[in-house]
Design a protein around this ligand. Structure first.
Ligand SMILES: *Cc1c(COP(=O)(O)O)cnc(C)c1O
Length: 859
């Protein structure tokens, strides 16, 4: 019999233990082992049974035990200390509080959050990154206010069928059993409403999770006011069809802004000055903010400028098929007809998401048009994104496409093994305090570090056996058949980890390319290699499930099953176990489809060595000796051949480099050459891969400039937003009249020499514009085979004379600063101090005929 409704009845804590409730309801415990130690002490056996979930612990502990603790002086003292520590953590000034004009608050939107295994609201890297972003923000005192959805079933949990096929389960979560509190005002729970076509309304309530000092608002449509379809909007993460996805994104973007307004009203929290959207799914937030502004005092164009100035958009996928799109008519139905917002014309909305296919509304493109600042998540991904979206800025070189990059990072206290954190805290306190002093790692004795590595490897082996036993029981085996599991994996053997979601570009099965060769590596009598694998395929991805099945079938074979295991249900807890315990972290995506990747960073911080294709973050920070790069066959177009080449390179590396080094032991049994590489990994990568570094970059490069722009535009009743919008319109209309009419040079002799320079004079027809409206530049440098300038340098030309007919004369000097093929041209772009890049308006004019000495050769 099934219950028609479920809820959790909460424990009433004795007054003496009230602080325990406070600790449980701030997710800081998830990266603060001293607090979880205290939870464990409440009831050690129960703590294991509930899988280290403190809310479940409080729900299950007996009143008798609570009364006992309430009288336990020692426990009460520790409890008081822990609560004091949390309160002090929340209010004490941090790095952010030293900055002069940083934003008073930043809203952060993401469709998923990976905060702790006990709050399963994530599917993979995007969510884990969002979780680490909030935790690092909390540690640094960055006033982030985060928004997401509360999925009743979260993401699925994974088991295997006897045949090794992925099975999905959707356990019901109920908010009462999670560390959440309902947002209420004087009238009771705050209600968010979004009107839908045909007089329907989508209602939601708002849960607040506290992540250290960062509040996370989670919208939940499972409320009585809703019809069944509307109730199911937040049923699952990435489930359902297009309509379902649109409802989720409306709730996240539009509902998210409304939730923020309600939260600030109820709690007095400062209003965000900057809105950051983690991927395009939350893009509707920009429309809602335009609506707010147009309903008070601004035109659509003015509101658009004000909103863009304070918006940051981070793109996460280099895979064109991964871009979020809707059929245009769905957007028309939602934002047009009876359901239209009076001040926000649906045509303008459609134009924001317009792409090459008129039947599609593109959320990424809208994200870029609604944000003045856009970034990818690694240097290579920035490059790939500039190329992917360059058509939005026609006429500009790909290098000038205004998409930058901030490379992802990971939150050390969440991911680094406890013993290693403690060692660092003891030996290198400056690391924790100021993220500096990584060279100090070199002074730690090899033996000490190796012992901790061994301890984490052993913990992984034990955890893997336990999980494998559960998986086999699930697959129908009886304990009597499972004796062999006690011998699975060797706590002393070289352990390689591979765990991630299973989209095809991540190539889970590349290692199976030559099964004989793989078995040879696993079964090597002197230098055995063992592999631990995990990963979930998207429920609709049959191909991904087949890949999992292939791995499972291989690992099921009796002769290799003690050396290679697939562990079901990859989640944060398993990721911690694996990235801490594995000696080597393998990643072999199809370059350049991995935007960043973060699991390898977790491994590096734990003293694991990366063995990876040079993609995402690894392309940027691999330095030749801090791990291994698997050579890529980038140019090879036949995918099968490419896989074969890259797999062969992988086997060679494992056999000749990795295993050799691991098993090369000195007289004292220590692998000195291995430890040298581990230490170099920690010193070279440690400071870079931290989420704290990432967050500082966001604050300095994006949040603060965005807040400055937003303030400039909103000052004096949005005077500058109005002026900027009017200027933009005027420039766009007048632009066809702008022409480079004539360019001449002097100083180019018969044989120009490097170190000399040429003088440039350009005549530009400005039409209805003034010289102040434009920037006239020389672009110069190396030219390629077709006279194209390769990564040119730009130099501003000075306005000399302006004729009565609107012609302006410009002059400037071009230094001949390089030998070889050299060229130059002149271009005109709009100029306004409030624009963030010359490409912002997407307008540029160059001479109709290429201007200069494009085939001149310098000596
Ligand atoms: C870190 C992590 C990811 C992301 O790993 P990638 O290297 O980016 O693929 C995905 N899932 C979980 C559970 C993680 O902990």
């Amino acid at each position: 019999m099934r219950a028609i409704r479920r809820f959790t009845v909460r424990t009433v804590l004795p007054a003496e233990l009230a602080a325990l409730g406070e600790l449980v309801h701030n997710l800081r415990w998830s990266w603060h082992p001293e607090t979880t130690d205290l939870f464990a002490e409440v009831d050690p056996r129960l703590w294991e049974q509930v899988g280290h979930d403190p809310v479940a612990l409080l729900g299950a502990v007996t009143p008798a035990r609570l009364n006992e603790l309430a009288a336990d002086r020692r426990f009460l003292r520790r409890l008081a200390d822990a609560a004091d520590d949390l309160r002090e953590y929340i209010v004490s000034p941090r790095w952010y509080q030293t900055l002069p004009d940083a934003p008073q608050a930043v809203a952060y939107f993401s469709p998923e959050y990976g905060i702790a295994a006990a709050l399963p609201q994530y599917s993979g890297g995007l969510g884990i990154l969002a979780g680490d972003h909030l935790k690092a923000a909390s540690d640094l005192g960055v006033p982030v206010l985060a928004v997401g959805l509360l999925y009743r079933h979260g993401y699925f949990t994974q088991t295997l069928s006897p045949e090794g096929w992925q099975l999905e389960h959707y356990p019901s979560l109920d908010a009462g059993g999670l560390p959440l509190a309902l947002l209420k005002d004087d009238d009771g729970p705050v209600k968010i409403r979004i009107s839908l076509p045909e007089q329907r309304v989508l209602h939601a309530q708002v849960w607040v999770a506290q992540v250290g000092r960062v509040p996370l608002l989670l919208l939940d449509s499972d409320v009585a006011d809703n019809d069944t379809a509307a109730r199911d909007v937040t049923d699952r993460l990435y489930g359902g069809g297009t309509d379902h996805r649109l409802m989720q994104e409306l709730l996240l973007g539009i509902g998210g802004v409304r939730a923020i307004r309600a939260y600030c009203r109820v709690t007095g929290h400062p209003e965000p000055e900057v809105f950051h959207t983690n991927e395009g799914h939350a893009g509707f937030l920009g429309l809602e903010r335009i609506r707010e502004l147009t309903e008070t005092r601004l035109s659509f164009d003015e509101a658009l400028e004000a909103v863009r100035a304070g918006t940051v958009f981070t793109t996460h996928t280099p895979v064109p098929a991964g871009i979020d799109r809707f059929p245009t008519e769905m957007i028309e139905r939602q934002f047009g007809g009876d359901n239209a917002w009076p001040t926000v014309p649906v045509e303008r909305i459609l134009a924001l998401g317009a792409e090459s296919d008129p039947a599609r509304f593109n959320m990424a493109v809208m994200g870029m048009r609604l944000a003045q600042r856009v970034n990818g998540v690694s240097r290579l991904h920035g490059e790939v994104s500039r190329d992917m979206f360059k058509d939005l800025w026609p006429g500009f070189d790909v290098d000038e496409v205004p998409i930058g990059s901030i490379t992802n990072g990971v939150h050390a206290p969440t991911w680094v093994g406890r013993e290693l954190m403690e060692l660092a805290g003891r030996e290198l306190p400056s690391l924790i305090e100021r993220a500096r002093g990584w060279d100090g790692i070199q002074k730690i004795p090899d033996a000490e570090l190796w012992d901790i590595r061994g301890l984490m490897r052993r913990r992984l082996v034990e955890g893997a056996r336990k999980r494998l036993r559960e998986a086999w029981r699930e697959r129908g085996a009886s304990d009597a058949e499972l004796g062999w599991i006690e011998e699975v994996l060797d706590p002393e053997a070289l352990t390689i980890g591979f765990a991630r979601r299973v989209p095809s570009y991540k190539r889970l099965t590349l290692m199976l390319r030559d099964p004989e060769r793989l078995a040879g590596l696993l079964l090597d009598p002197d230098k055995p290699v063992q592999i631990v694998i995990a990963g979930k395929a998207h429920p609709a991805d049959e191909g991904g499930k087949k890949l999992i099945q292939q791995i499972v079938k291989f690992a099921d074979q009796q002769h290799v099953r003690h050396r290679i295991v697939f562990l079901p249900d990859y989640d944060m807890a398993l990721a911690q176990l694996m990235t801490q315990g594995c000696d080597v972290w393998l990643n072999n995506p199809l370059r350049p489809l991995e935007a960043s990747g973060t699991s390898g960073m977790k491994s590096a911080l734990n003293g694991g060595l990366n063995l990876s294709i040079r993609d995402g973050w690894w392309d940027e920070w691999y330095d030749g000796t801090n791990g291994w790069a698997i050579p890529t066959a980038d140019g090879v177009s036949d995918p099968d051949r490419r896989d074969a080449l890259e797999a062969a390179a992988l086997y060679d590396l494992i056999e000749h480099e990795v295993a050799d080094r691991f098993y090369d032991r000195a007289g004292d049994g220590l692998p000195r050459r291995w430890m040298e590489m581990v230490k170099h990994t920690l010193t070279s990568l440690g400071p870079k891969v931290l989420a704290g570094r990432m967050l500082r970059d966001y604050v300095t490069d994006l949040y603060t400039p965005a807040a400055r722009s937003a303030r400039a535009l909103s000052a004096d009743g949005y005077a500058s937003a109005k002026a900027f919008a009017a200027w933009r319109l005027r420039v766009a209309q007048a632009w066809p009249g702008v022409r480079v009419e004539h360019v001449e040079t002097s100083g180019v002799g018969e044989a120009p020499e490097v170190g000399s320079s040429i003088e440039l004079r350009a005549t530009v027809a400005l039409g209805d514009l003034e010289p102040d409206d434009v920037l006239v530049e020389a672009a110069y440098g190396k030219v390629g085979a077709h006279d194209e300038l390769v990564r040119p340098t730009y130099a501003k030309l000075a306005a000399d004379v302006v004729d009565d007919d609107g012609r302006a004369h410009y002059t400037g000097v071009v230094p001949l600063d390089r030998t070889g093929a050299f060229g130059y041209t002149v271009r005109v772009v709009p100029y306004h101090p409030l624009a963030a890049s010359p490409a912002e308006l997407g307008l540029v004019t160059v001479p109709e005929e290429p201007a200069g000495m494009t085939n001149g050769t310098l000596r």
